[in-house]
Design a protein around this ligand. Structure first.
Ligand code: PLP
Length: 439
């Protein structure tokens, strides 16, 4: 634990960016659920079974089999984490001048699409941009927006639509199977592929089981397979659903696409039977793929998130509703309604929460969205602070401490100052930017 004075200093040294804090200065770490989960005894045992052969490690085949059993994609190309898979699929499928529709942007996903010469187009339903809308499937695609893009740009300019499950940037909001079926039909009838960002697919499957009509009696694995069968390829950051600290992959059905990816992975990651992971990492991942689909686990995980959400909502704290799967998202625009969006209210609020209690959250708003082609801040409709909950790490008592701190900050919210950049990196600025309080 640290004192308030120590945290004031630490925040200043970190340029009011929670990514730049030292973890030893953090008390409860809700920065991200990425790579921060606790591995199980079975996963730790898997580390002892590492077959560290350069080529053809038996752990690769265990991993391939686990992925095929749970998700059903035919070919697996391992990577060190999700963005490497995004890089490959973007480079392989996107040509200069293409358009990539998606159910809301994700930071690394969009950047890789842009680097490959594409332009991301948001086709998520409008409710997703409204923190107060109670739509149960805010991850759904607006089919009219998708059709309009096809009509305006031509299907030949759209190599694929990127569909995320449990959409991160709008609060971990699920997409429904009913909507996915229609999206898949519309895409395929126009010769457009469906690429699935399945980072939190299991969490999405839990939401479908919980509240989509007709799925209450289906298992998490049955629902997961139904989702994946509607898509052609998937990028995976295994650091989330799969309960490992590092790892990921690209999964595809088309053998030609698989060959291209296997050829590319040797340039950037390593041989196609390890792709940047040690054999032991692949074994822990293979075990995690099966564990995360267990109902008892996924229920406990999502319900813990809901516990914190209900507590904050009950105290009148403005949060994104309904509560999503991997974290509770504070509506910083409402929380700090005296600040302009170009004073980065979500960034300022995350820093203030840290100073109050040592709880580390992160910004998901104007800083994360970056600058548009005109050089201006994108000013997204959602200006959020994400309290992301690692899996199998914290207790409900920790959640109570977090809630108390947020309430404390809410009580003196009028005193929180906005921020301005002192350093702004070119790519993914939210990771490394530094700020100072505005005068
Ligand atoms: C939805 C989504 N897609 C892609 C990624 C990128 O994965 P990684 O951080 O493993 O590179 C992340 C994680 O940050 C994510 O949440």
């Amino acid at each position: 634990m640290t004192t308030r004075d120590e945290r004031v200093k630490a925040a200043e040294v970190a340029g009011y960016n929670t990514f730049l804090l030292k973890s030893e200065d953090v008390y409860i770490d809700l920065l991200t659920d990425s790579g921060t989960s606790a591995m199980s005894d079975r996963q730790w045992s898997g580390l002892m079974l590492g077959d560290e052969a350069y080529a053809g490690s038996r752990n690769f085949y265990n991993l391939e089999k686990a992925m095929q059993d749970i998700y059903g994609y035919k070919h697996l190309i391992p990577t060190h984490q999700g963005r490497a898979a995004e890089h490959m699929i973007s480079q392989i499928l996107i040509n200069e001048g293409d358009f990539i529709p998606g159910n809301m942007y994700f930071t690394t996903t969009r950047l890789h699409q842009e680097i490959a010469g594409g332009t991301f187009v948001d086709v998520i339903i409008s409710e997703a941009h409204d923190p107060t809308s109670l739509h149960p499937f805010k991850g759904d695609v607006d089919l009219d927006k998708f059709q309009k893009l096809i009509d305006e740009k031509g299907a030949d300019k759209i190599p694929y639509i990127c569909i995320a499950t449990a959409v991160n940037m709008c609060g971990g909001q699920p997409i429904s199977l009913a909507n996915m079926r229609l999206v898949s039909e519309m895409a395929h009838s126009n010769g457009i592929l469906v690429v699935h960002d399945m980072t939190r697919c299991i969490e999405n499957a839990y939401m479908i089981k919980d509240h989509e009509e007709g799925y209450a009696d289906k298992s998490i694995t049955e629902i997961t397979r139904e989702i994946c069968d509607l898509t052609d390829a998937a990028t995976m950051s295994s650091k989330k659903d799969h309960l490992v600290n590092i790892g990921g992959f690209l999964a595809v059905n088309d053998p030609e696409l698989a060959d291209k990816a296997r050829n590319m992975v040797v340039v950037y990651e390593g041989l196609h039977t390890y792709g940047g992971m040690a054999g032991r990492d692949m074994e822990a991942l293979a075990i995690g793929i099966r564990e995360c689909a267990e109902y008892e686990h996924i229920r406990a995980r999502v319900e813990q998130v809901r516990y914190l959400g209900a507590k904050l909502d009950g105290e009148g704290i403005p949060i994104v509703k309904p509560v999503g799967t991997h974290g509770v998202f504070l509506d910083a625009r409402k929380f700090l309604d005296h600040l302009d969006q170009d004073q980065f209210p979500a960034q300022a609020l995350a820093a203030e929460i840290y100073i109050d209690s040592g709880v580390r959250a992160m910004e998901r708003g104007n800083v994360s969205a970056g600058r548009g082609p005109d050089g201006e801040n994108r000013k997204p409709p959602l200006e959020l602070v994400r309290l992301t909950i690692p899996r199998r790490v914290y207790t409900q008592a920790h959640m109570d401490v977090v809630a108390e701190s947020i309430m404390e900050v809410y009580d003196h919210r009028g005193k929180v100052k906005g921020l301005e950049f002192t350093y702004e990196p070119e790519y993914l600025r939210f990771f490394q930017a530094k700020f100072k309080p505005t005068a």
